[in-house]
Structure formats: C-alpha cells, structure tokens
Design a protein around this ligand. Structure first.
Ligand code: M6R
Length: 600
C-alpha cells in the first residue's frame, strides 16, 4: 500500500524523505514522488516505477527544509506519472494513502465549481476539496477538517499549502500515519521504519485528529479544531531490526530470526505456570464459541487455532475471511469471543470486522504485531505477538509467532477447562523449553534448497494434507505463489480424488504433509493415489515410514502436537524462498502485493 514520508526541519529534508520512502518499499508500490519547498516555490517531481527513477530527477543542489514524499500502490487509475503523488489543486499539494469511496460524487460537485482534473485518482479530488473549503474562509486547518469530514473511506494525508510555506499538515482516518520528533526536525510517516534512522519517538493520531507541524513544534487538534495534548511513544526496536543484517533478502533474515522470536513471544506470556497465563490473558473462560477473523496468512493461523482450541479446549471455533465476515450474517452472542488476527494491525477488512463485532456488543480480542496500530487500539483486549518489524511482504516470523500465541491460548483454555492435565502440561513445558533449539535445527537444513532446485521450473505445485496439516498446506501454498508466481493449490488429501487429481501428470510436484498420527494412514493412501498418477511426491513428516511411496522426504522432529505446526511450516517457507530465488523474483516485494492492505 502507499507510503507517506514528510519532513519539516532545520536540515535538508530531501535525502531524509527519500531514505524514508526506501524503507517503506516493502509496503509495495509502482510509482514515487516528492514535493518540496525551495526558494519560496513548491516543486513537484514524480515518476513511474522504482524510487531510483525519482532519485534520477533530483540533483544534489536541490535543498529543502520542508517536503512530502510518496510511494503509490495504484488503486484508482494506472501506475502512470500523472497518477503518481503528490497531487496539486489550487493552493494545496498533498500525498495520500487510502481510498476515498465517494470521490466520484465529490468530483462531480467540484467540476461544477470549475475544478479540472488531470489524473484519474481519488487523491486529486481530495486535494481540490480542501482547496474549495479554503477558498471559502481562508483557514487552512478548518479547510482540511471540513474536507476530511466530507470524505468517506480511509485516508492519511500529508499536506502543504502555498500560503503557509513554514508548516506541514497531517490528518488521518483509518489509514496509518505517525508523527515523529527528532533533533533536526519533525516527520510524518506511514510506518516506523521510515523514521528510525533519525528518531524513535513518535505520536499516534486518532481518526480525524489534525497535526500542525513546524520545524520546532507539533500541535494536535481534535475534529472540532480544539488543541489537544498527546503523549509520545518510543519504538522498542532498533534500526538494525529494519535492515537486512547480511542476508540477501528480508524474507530469509526473518525466517532465520524465528528461533529467537518464538522464544521471546512465548516467554513474554508464559513461564511454564498457568498463573503466568492467568496474568497475561484476559479471562476468556466464559466464552463457549469463538470466531477467528483475519486475512491471508493471518487467516491461516486461525485454521491452526481452530484445530488447537477445538481439540484441547473443546470450544467450537469458526474461522472466517474478514472480507466476507464484515458483510455476512453473524450468529454471535454475548458468549462469543471474536478474535482478530493481524500482523500490521491495519488491514482494512479485519478492522471493519472488528468494528462490526464491537458495534454488535460482542467481546473482541486482537492478536497483533504492530504496537499502537488501529486494530490493537480498538479491540477490547490485545495480545502482541512481539515478532519485531517484519519487512518482507510474505510473512514468516509473524505467522509463526501468531501460531505460537494460539498454542498458548489453547494450553490456557484447555487447562482451565480441565482437559489438559498436569502431566500433559509438564510434557508441553519440556517441549517449549527445547523449541528454540528445534526451530534452529529445522532451519539449518540445506535439503529444502536442493528440493526447490528440482521443482522451480514447474507450472503447478500441489500441497496436500489432512486436519492441521491441511491448514499448513494453505499457508505453504500461499507462500509459494505470492513470491514465486507459480500456480499452487492446497487440498485436503482426501478431496483430491473428487476432481483435482485430474490435474496431476508425470512429475507434477505434490508436497504432502503428514504430522498427525491418527490421520497418517489415510493421508498415505491419498499420497499413493497421486503417486500412481505420476506425481513427484515430496513427503514432509515427523515419522519416517517403512515403505517408500515418495520421491523426497523431509523429516522434522516430533514434538507435542500443540506445538508441531511451528516446526512443520519452516521447510515450506524455505522451499518457497529458494524457488522464488531460482526464478529471479523480487522476493521481498512481490509484484502487485502490499505489506499492509489498508483498502477494502
Ligand atoms: O497485516 P495482516 O496480518 O492483517 O495481513 C493480512 C494479509 O494481507 C497477509 O497475511 C498476507 O496474506 C501476507 N502477505 C502473506 O504472506
């Protein structure tokens, strides 16, 4: 999704803005632009494609103390130079992240007031609307607020006005935006990595709060234009955490961090005693039904959670994709807990699902990575997964930390309901203690790369499994397609023969997972069905079989079933990574994708 960086300070802001934009590249974009004030003039430069194209337009002589930069992820109109931000209308120049849903209606009104538009974007309409209000009473802050109240949808704006060349303005509704303070000046940014080289002190804006940012001061206003005071927050991570640290890609670095991350996630909530979970979690024992709502990989962690919670705590769990849940009839009541899962905490559909449940008076719990994000702030209860900054678009460490969080939740609920006994808890604790070492050992295996070298030229790759393994297949398949662009399908092993098996031909790779003892025999029969139709079977298991019905075997260590998925996912992550690398794909920024999906 679009990235915003703005600066107003005592030193040249152009390099800072460009650097900030580069650190937001992970969000996904297709054009970049900057507007800055130099010699009392507002200059706009923008270009299609990578930030490098924008940099080529800026000479070293250019110097500006105030500017706004943008990376655009196209929503309205193609990725062209005309549609790139910043946009200018009348006295205003602005950058925008989000979608203005009623922009056509507003555009029509503005056209009648003689505004003309050169781009196809909703952003240019927003800019004209602010100018329109400003022309009425020459009050910049009022104009921004009045226009913002007229716009439906989600937005974060960085705004400059020709009549006040000393000030940067910012406002948001739903889309993320932080305001940061450094010794050289003040920033606005879509996400923390953009400011980390300069400062880690930042402020969060609530919906329709406005920031007036000069070189030395930041003043906040509420939607009635009353001045308000805000407390700043300090980002706990460091700059190194948002850099590659010697790895070729962020994705690889993040996979390699997983032993430490999982250790940390678990240690933050659980010291081996149920008392620690009692302290860490809200009392969830009164709920007799759980809805888990999320998108993409976060949705897949919900499928793992369903298996954990239903099997260990005997509570029915319904897992839903947020874009469906927000519009469907929900059969929840006061005994239902709605859990929202999101790495970014900003995903528009998940946020909308949360708001829907809250509006209906249902208790909500958010499982989130990014501290202070919308979902984290709005839910009744929030559990942070503590996975640190995740930069690669394809999630790995945050996915695994979400799964670990659900394992803890299932242990807690299972114990409280008397379904996990003391002896079993001792077994689980032993495995939790060894888990970081086991994760490390699972990561440090070059077999996955060798197998990836054998399959990367295939056009179709299948993942099959039953039960919990099927949930992992869904994530394995998504990982592969999002970064390698290979068409891949995840199937319940027993369903293959009801249609999909017709797609299997000689040497079609079938990655077959089997880690649950009670389902193993059945899964093996399904694997044999695929094998006898020519499939190249890559068998991923925690038990070496006596019979050879596979072409390659990946063995992972056996661990308590409530923790097993954490290990099983690792080979799938690394195989996808190597397949994409062999295909020269843009691994950290796959085409068309964005890290944080803040539009519907
Ligand atoms: O930030 P979120 O966890 O809410 O994001 C949800 C999905 O967009 C995300 O998991 C997506 O599927 C990942 N890119 C997959 O790797």
């Amino acid at each position: 999704m679009c990235g915003i960086v703005g600066f107003n300070g005592h030193k040249n802001g152009i390099p800072k803005i460009i650097k900030g934009l580069e650190s937001l590249e992970y969000r996904g974009y297709d054009s970049a632009g900057i507007a800055y004030i130099n010699n009392e003039r507002i200059t706009i430069k923008k270009e299609k494609g990578r930030i490098k194209n924008l940099k080529d337009l800026i000479t070293e002589k250019e110097n500006a103390y105030l500017g706004i930069g943008h990376t655009r992820w196209a929503t309205h109109g193609e990725p062209t130079k005309e549609n790139a931000h910043p946009h200018q209308q009348g006295k205003f120049t602005l950058v925008h992240n989000g979608i203005i849903e009623n922009y056509m209606e507003l555009q029509k009104i503005l056209k009648d007031k003689h505004y003309a538009f050169i781009s196809q974007t909703d952003t240019e309409v927003a800019c004209a609307l602010i100018d329109y209000y400003y022309q009425k009473d020459a009050n910049i802050k009022m104009a921004i607020l009045n226009a913002s109240k007229q716009m439906r949808g989600a937005f974060a704006f960085g705004i400059i006005c020709e009549d006040d060349k000393e000030t940067l303005y910012a406002i948001r509704k739903t889309s993320p935006l932080i305001i940061a303070k450094s010794k050289d000046g003040n920033f606005i940014a879509s996400d923390v990595p953009a400011i980390l080289e300069f400062t880690n002190e930042y402020f969060l804006l609530n919906d329709l709060e406005l920031a007036e940012i000069t070189k030395d001061n930041i003043t906040f206003y509420n939607e009635e234009l009353k001045e308000i005071k805000k407390e700043s927050s300090l980002f706990e991570g460091n700059l190194e955490a948002s850099q590659k640290g010697g790895y070729e890609h962020f994705m690889l670095k993040e996979i390699h961090e997983q032993d430490e991350i999982i250790k940390n996630t678990i240690a933050c909530y659980y010291d081996g005693t149920i008392a620690s979970l009692d302290k860490s979690f809200p009392d969830l024992t009164k709920f007799n039904k759980i809805d888990i709502v999320a998108c993409g990989s976060a949705y897949h962690t919900g499928l793992c959670a369903k298996s954990f919670i239903e099997n260990y705590a005997n509570i029915p769990v319904n897992v839903e994709v947020a874009s469906e849940y927000r519009y469907k009839k929900c059969f929840y009541d006061k005994n239902t807990l709605v859990i929202l899962v999101s790495q970014s905490g900003e995903t528009a559909d998940t946020l909308a699902a949360l708001r829907k449940a809250k509006k209906d008076g249902i208790t909500t719990l958010a499982i989130v990575n990014v501290v202070g994000s919308n979902i984290a702030r709005e839910a009744d209860y929030t559990l942070y997964i503590k996975a640190g900054c995740e930069i690669a678009v394809a999630t790995t460490k945050a996915y695994l930390a979400q799964v670990a969080m659900f394992s803890l939740l299932a242990i807690y609920l299972g114990y409280k309901k008397g379904l996990i006994q003391e002896e079993e808890l001792i077994e689980i604790n032993k495995d939790i203690k060894n888990l970081p070492k086991m994760i490390r050992k699972t990561i440090d295996n070059d077999l996955y790369f060798k197998i990836a070298d054998q399959i990367y030229e295939n056009k179709n790759i299948f993942f099959i499994g039953r039960g919990l393994d099927y949930a992992l297949c869904m994530e394995g398949s998504l990982k592969l397609k999002e970064i390698s662009y290979i068409n891949s399908v995840a199937y319940q092993a027993g369903e293959l023969k009801h249609g999909t098996i017709s797609l299997i031909e000689k040497d079609t790779p079938v990655i077959a997972l089997s880690t649950e003892d009670e389902l193993r025999e059945k899964t093996i029969s399904n694997i044999k069905e695929a094998k006898s139709r020519g499939a190249k079977v890559i068998y991923v298991t925690n038990k070496i079989p006596e019979e050879k019905f596979y072409d390659e075997i990946i063995t992972i260590e056996k661990i308590h079933p409530i923790l097993q998925s954490i290990l099983t996912m690792i080979p799938l992550q690394l195989m996808s990574y190597k397949v994409a690398k062999n295909k020269n794909c843009d691994i950290d920024k796959p085409r068309n994708l964005a890290k944080s999906v803040t539009v519907e």
